[in-house]
Design a protein around this ligand. Structure first.
Ligand SMILES: [Mg+2]
Length: 267
């Protein structure tokens, strides 16, 4: 086995030497993983990030206080995303990026099965406050059915309210959350939506919109942000990153590097 490994390494080195002047470098690009280390550092260490989370949940609390004073025919509810809206998955990103790797579904599900993600500052207090005001919380997430147990375990560990089968609505077929929002709206008056990704709020952001379309749709919905839509920051991943890659899920690391550089504005 050692001999085979030696031969493989020798062949790889020879291949690299032979293509030294070629356009494609043999050294794997690190732009994406290094970027994720940087954004994870911000998420884990910047007090500014904590302040942004607190700010979001303070506004959510104000809006909830206003909404509960209004009468409605149906019981009131808050709809929230989970990942990077109130659970912090930056340890997963770090684990991958330190090995020059990015997200993949298998390693992601190994992480969520542990049910150990920490909560974002301010989140738990807000959801408990909603429950105290008789506002139900529905967790609409694109985690998959096989992630149900680990997700519930994570929510129950921190005693999130309404952490049960009825209120945890996972992804089945479509990544769009519109149908699931409508299911909740059929029986409840949705007073607030919380998320880190614009598709957590509106179907306008479904179906792989371009960076320009996403920006235009934000302008169209501008009056809702800080009102019915409460946005949490996520510099690590999301629809914005996919748009940078032209919504092409098959780009290799070098192609992603090119896409990132092509999207950046310098002077
Ligand atoms: Mg999320």
């Amino acid at each position: 086995m050692k001999r085979l490994y030696f031969i493989a390494c020798t062949l790889l080195l020879m291949a690299c030497a032979g293509t030294k002047k070629a356009a494609t470098p043999c050294i794997q690009s690190n732009l994406v993983p290094d970027g994720k280390l940087w954004s994870s550092l911000f998420q884990q260490k910047a007090a500014e990030y904590k302040a942004l989370c607190i700010q979001a949940y303070n506004i959510a609390t104000l809006r909830l206080e206003e909404a509960v004073k209004q009468s409605s025919a149906k019981p009131k509810a808050v709809v929230t995303d989970i990942d990077e809206t109130f659970l912090d998955n930056s340890p997963y990103a770090v684990n991958r990026a330190l090995r020059a790797l990015d997200y993949d579904p298998i390693s992601w599900q190994e992480w969520t099965a542990k049910g150990i993600a920490d909560t974002l500052t301010g989140a738990l207090s807000f959801f408990n406050y909603a429950a105290a005001k008789n506002v139900e919380v529905f967790y609409i997430t694109n985690r998959k059915e096989k992630e149900r147990q680990g997700t519930l375990q994570n929510l129950l560990y921190y005693h999130f309210p309404f952490a049960d089968e009825q209120h945890l609505i996972l992804r089945k077929d479509s990544s769009s959350k519109e149908i699931r929002r409508q299911q909740v709206a059929a029986t409840h008056d949705i007073i607030l939506l919380l998320g880190d990704n614009l598709a957590d709020f509106s179907s306008l952001f479904d179906n792989r919109k371009t960076t320009e379309q996403r920006a235009a749709n934000v302008q169209q919905l501008a009056a809702e942000f800080g009102k019915k839509f409460i946005v949490l920051p996520n510099a690590n991943y999301g629809g914005w990153e996919e748009a940078v890659y032209g919504n092409n899920v098959n780009l290799n690391p070098a192609q992603k590097d090119s896409a990132i550089k092509n999207n950046l504005k310098g002077y």
